[in-house]
Design a protein around this ligand. Structure first.
Ligand code: PEP
Ligand code: MN
Length: 340
């Protein structure tokens, strides 16, 4: 439930409502707008008397929130959230581009790609150090050594850094080296991992599960935010359908749907969505047109020899060309891009 206060309600009236809620053992989430303050109520409301709240001074109305996700809900927090990561930000007004290899393969490979994507306009270097591969015999990542190369890439280029984590131990290592952690599609409903990510203090990129509905995805985000971590970005990366021409099917409608349900920023990963290099550019433009806050794109200096996801990786030159093509789309959408 949310309690909507009358415009310009006094601090005294707001505190009074908060007292009533808290004295019934429930949590409050305050969203103070310019005129109207909204008080979100989280917990078991069976003991709370709605009548007492309705009669409290300067209460306008009580609105039930029927969805099971609360803190991620737009009703609790009507303004879009901007997630700050180092000296970059993800949210309204910017187009944040995260680019880099699927997997960190060596120090030289990562530094070379970091320099190239920085030049082209990315503000994040991405790269997997812990790779949750479909086959246990495929390359599993450089682990902590890879995270150290990420830190070096940041020190040299100034790019913000993001890596996927797959366990409590990998989160512990990530805290020492990188700016943002990623929960991959295969772990979207690993609830223990989501809680650990929430407690890590690092901003979290939460990818959509392979077969997850939008409501399941938002409930997964709720696990993170319930630990006190509001710095969450959602990433649509394609879902499983009957179509086999692409690796997954990009659910482009997820962007406006999410914008109507949550205040969290949303980005698109056209690389994993399609699995095909040639489709990355058109879908990147579609993502900007539909209102995405950013993109995550796989880039490799030599895709033919990549240890993972070569067929969907752009070369550095192709990424540079795409960034140039994207600039007018970003401008049209009112989003800052290129160096921000
Ligand atoms: C990735 O971004 O490296 C990755 C494995 O993506 P996903 O979890 O979306 O498959
Ligand atoms: Mn990949």
């Amino acid at each position: 439930m949310i309690i909507v206060m009358k415009p310009h309600a006094s601090k005294e009236s707001i505190d009074h409502v908060i007292d009533i809620v808290k004295s019934n053992g429930l949590e409050v989430h305050l969203s103070a707008g310019k005129e109207v303050t909204i008080i979100g109520v989280v917990g078991d409301k069976s003991r709370l008397s709605n009548r007492n709240l309705e009669l409290a001074p300067e209460v306008d109305k009580l609105v039930p929130v029927t969805e099971s996700y609360k803190l991620t809900n737009l009703k609790f927090h009507p303004q879009p959230t901007t997630v700050k990561v180092g000296n970059t930000q993800i949210g309204p007004g910017s187009l944040t581009v995260m680019a880099g290899p699927c997997a960190i393969e060596s120090r030289e490979q990562l530094l070379l790609i970091a320099r190239e994507v920085k030049k082209a306009g990315a503000t994040f270097i991405r790269g997997g150090a812990y790779k949750p591969r479909t086959s246990p015999y495929s390359f599993q990542g450089l682990e902590e050594e890879g995270l150290r190369y990420m830190k070096e890439a940041k020190e040299e280029t100034g790019l913000s850094t993001i890596c996927e984590v797959i366990s409590a131990e990998s989160i512990e290592a990530a805290v020492k080296y990188i700016d943002m952690i990623q929960i991959g599609a295969r772990n979207m409903q690993n609830f223990q991992l989501l809680r650990e990510a929430g407690r890590s203090g690092l901003p979290v990129l939460l990818k959509r599960g392979l077969s997850a509905t939008i409501d399941e995805w938002l409930n997964a985000a709720e696990y993170i935010i319930a630990e006190g971590n509001e710095n969450i970005v959602l990433c649509e990366r394609g879902i499983r359908t009957y179509e086999t021409s692409t690796r997954n099917t990009l659910d482009i409608s997820a962007v406006p749907v999410l914008k109507s349900k949550t205040h969290l920023p949303v980005i698109i990963d056209p690389s994993h969505a399609t699995g095909v290099r040639a489709y990355v550019a058109p879908l990147s433009k579609a993502a900007v047109a539909v209102g995405a806050d950013g993109l995550m794109i796989e880039v490799h200096n030599n895709p033919a020899c990549a240890l993972s996801d070569g067929p969907q990786s752009l070369t550095c030159e192709q990424f540079d060309a795409l960034a140039r093509e994207l600039a007018p789309f970003a401008a049209l959408a009112g989003r800052k891009f290129h160096g921000q």
